[in-house]
Design a binder for this molecule. Structure first.
Ligand code: GLY
Ligand code: MN
Ligand code: MN
Length: 436
């Protein structure tokens, strides 16, 4: 992997041009008292380094002639701290094991910045990633300014680079797709385990535990908080209490994805009948959403766009609601006048990768949609949610929430559904739950 990270750093600097780039990694954050949340490295930082220790910083300099120097500032070796908190690579370790040209202690950030910025005219830096690095940049520029009688050359231009890096991360290489497939496979295992265990009387948190257990025993964890929503709770889009009892005659919505140590994450939603059989009313809604899911997936081809995909899903959902007698009128008007939005209030897709809502633009600068290119990865997640409190409309479907979410790669010869092994047909789900 060392070469892959080096290649990414070189490509990024080549696209940016001459200058110095400073990118802080993530820090530990407090959970309560002196307890921390478990550490998750910043995705941009990890994409360029593969380095997973907190409070680190990457400095890249490019001379404009094609030569890039990479420096990592990392927590220094410290026997006592390592006894308490675990191994640290230290400045020497990162050179040896992470392929950077030099390593320093993160305590030396101010001096290393002063040394490395001198002679460069452009600083590539995104404010607001990390307060203390913002301050270090401010301080080092002031330090240069106070030396003005010596007339040093230092960056007088600051350029944001998040968009350029986002563009790099946006289209996935075949190797990245292979990494992603591992996440999809573990997520499949989690869903299978749930289908086999699910029964009335269980609590939502028991299902969450099954998912997390499967992810953990394959070396992963959740890429975002598990949504485990029984019955009415599924009408809350990002429900996270996960603490209610599951009742017969209802459906459980699970929106969950495994993230593996390479930091790709799946993002999958499935709905399972708690007692193994879809009640007829719920099934009517399920079939409409499933059709929207499939038709939207079919639109995932080079040259199409998230806007087109969304429109397709909206059309199927609106037609379904008209057939059920819940809405009436012209399909496109129902979409444009907000009537469909009373039951389908979110987008159909977002980019997917190392972040569940991954980097990548949605619109071009002229306002047109970004068109699909080979290697883009996105979710397809239509849904229908019946809650009079929101829609103002009484329906026989009150309290039903259904979403079906797959992860799709824009392939050279059509859509590739990376989560196709996770069952979504009614008959298939019911057969598995019946132990067949
Ligand atoms: N899991 C969050 C989403 O589907 O966007
Ligand atoms: Mn999603
Ligand atoms: Mn999701």
């Amino acid at each position: 992997m060392k070469d892959i990270y080096r290649d990414r750093r070189n490509r990024l600097m080549k696209s940016l041009g001459a200058g110095v780039l400073v990118l802080p990694g993530a820090r530990l954050t407090t959970r309560n008292s002196d307890v921390h949340h478990s550490f998750r490295q910043d995705s941009d930082f990890f994409y360029l380094t593969g380095f997973d220790e907190p409070a680190s910083c990457l400095i890249l300099s490019h001379d404009g002639q094609g030569k890039t120097e990479s420096i990592l500032l990392v927590p220094p070796k410290n026997k006592e701290k390592e006894i308490w908190d675990g191994f640290r690579e230290g400045a020497e370790g990162v050179v040896k094991n992470y392929g950077v040209d030099a390593g320093y202690s993160n305590e030396e950030l101010a001096d290393v910045l002063f040394l490395k910025l001198e002679g460069h005219k452009t600083l590539f830096f995104d404010f607001d990633r990390d307060r203390s690095t913002d301050k270090a940049i401010h301080d080092v520029l002031l330090r240069f300014k106070t030396l003005k009688r010596k007339n040093p050359v230092f960056p007088r231009k600051i350029q944001f680079f998040k968009d350029e890096l986002g563009e790099m991360r946006h289209c996935k290489s075949s190797q990245e797709v292979e990494l992603f497939k591992q996440c999809a496979e573990v997520t499949r295992k989690g869903n299978e385990a749930v289908m086999k265990a699910l029964k009335p009387g269980m609590y939502e948190y028991e299902v969450e535990a099954i998912l997390e257990y499967e992810y953990k025993r394959h070396g992963g964890t959740h890429g975002y908080g598990h949504i485990v929503a029984g019955g009415y709770n599924a009408t809350c889009l990002h429900y996270h209490d996960n603490n209610q009892k599951l009742e017969a005659g209802t459906v459980l919505l699970i929106d969950s994805g495994c993230e593996l140590p390479h930091k790709f994450t799946a993002d999958v939603t499935r709905c399972y009948p708690v007692d193994g059989k879809f009640p007829p009313k719920i099934r009517e809604i399920y079939e409409i959403v499933l059709e929207a899911n499939k038709k939207a997936i079919a639109k995932c081809v080079i040259g199409s766009s998230i806007r087109e995909v969304h429109r397709e899903a909206q059309r199927v959902l609106a037609s379904g609601l008209v057939k059920l007698g819940i809405l009436s009128g012209d399909i496109d008007s129902l979409i444009d006048n907000g009537e469909l939005g009373k039951f389908y209030m979110h987008g159909t897709s977002h980019w997917l990768g190392m972040d569940v809502h991954d980097v990548g633009r949605y619109d071009e600068p002229d306002g047109s949609a970004v068109l699909f290119r080979e290697g883009m990865m996105l979710t397809i997640e239509p849904g229908l949610y019946f809650r009079k409190e929101y829609s103002g409309i009484d329906t026989p479907y009150e309290g039903i929430g259904i979403r079906i979410e797959d992860d799709v790669l824009i392939g050279g010869s059509g859509p590739v559904v990376l989560t196709s092994s996770i069952p979504k047909e009614v008959a298939e789900i019911e057969a598995i739950m019946a132990g067949k």
